[in-house]
Design a protein around this ligand. Structure first.
Ligand code: FES
Length: 81
């Protein structure tokens, strides 16, 4: 089971993760990945200055942008289609 964890601390949330949250939800649904990915939120972990922060398995993505997010998801999960 793969794991996506998104930071929902106030800094990351207001700087993009509020939107990224929905983008990821939609990506999982549209690609029927619900059974393969656990998606959850976590609280601030002191990386605010490098946020918005997203974790996929053991990897931390920092400074995630709306345009970069889709590329990250494709790189991580496109082989799962
Ligand atoms: S709010 Fe995300 S690391 Fe602080």
């Amino acid at each position: 089971m793969r794991q996506i964890r998104i930071c929902l601390g106030s800094s990351c949330y207001s700087r993009g993760n509020n939107v990224h949250l929905e983008v990821i939800r939609k990506y999982i649904a549209e690609n029927h990945l619900d059974a393969e990915i656990t998606f959850s939120g976590h609280l601030c972990e002191e990386l605010c200055s490098e946020g918005p922060v997203l974790r996929i398995d053991d990897k931390i993505y920092k400074g995630v942008t709306f345009s970069g997010l889709f590329r990250i998801l494709e790189e991580e999960f496109s082989n799962k289609h």
